[in-house]
Design a protein around this ligand. Sequence first.
Ligand SMILES: [Zn+2]
Length: 203
Amino acid sequence: MNKIKTIKTKLGNEIELLGETDTAKILVIGVFHGDEPQGKFLIENYIQKQENPRIAFIPCLNPDGLKLNTRTNANGVDLNRNFPTKNWELTDKNEFFGGESAGSEIETQFLIETIEQLSPELILTLHAPFKVVNFDGPADEISKKISDIIKYPVEPSIGYPTPGSFGTYAGIERQIPTITLELDEICPVENLIIPVHQIFDIL
Ligand SMILES: [Zn+2]
């Protein structure tokens, strides 16, 4: 698959954007949180088996966190609280720390630039472990289709405030249909291949 662009993280790991700029209308992102490795496996397994020119992939947004097995990146920032939204705020330094300023992290900047470059019509991010299809922006129909395939319920909101979240940035403030698919982390990741790849195929 074509590498559209790459960037090196603080620890020298690479973030890759894969796909075809001319045809990609959908963006799929894995490993927002380093302790949720399922997305990378499922994306890499998919692109080894087939081509889908409609989708661009970031298999692993947070390779430093993946290596460290932490939710946050190497600066201790929760990338899903670091986006420059109206509700971003400086928070306590815990595992939900949103950074010293909005958009401070290289991973966040990479994703913002990707959205400006591709102008995707739909975005899917792969998380764990809540077994829900969460969405922001105008994504209720596609969320129902995803829910039918994977048998997790659709939840319009995750149930707690998420200032600076990617869903707020892309879905609410930019009105790009943005789905946060929370996968099961108990079952073996191999068991997720069939439903998740079926979801990629209907996007
Ligand atoms: Zn997550």
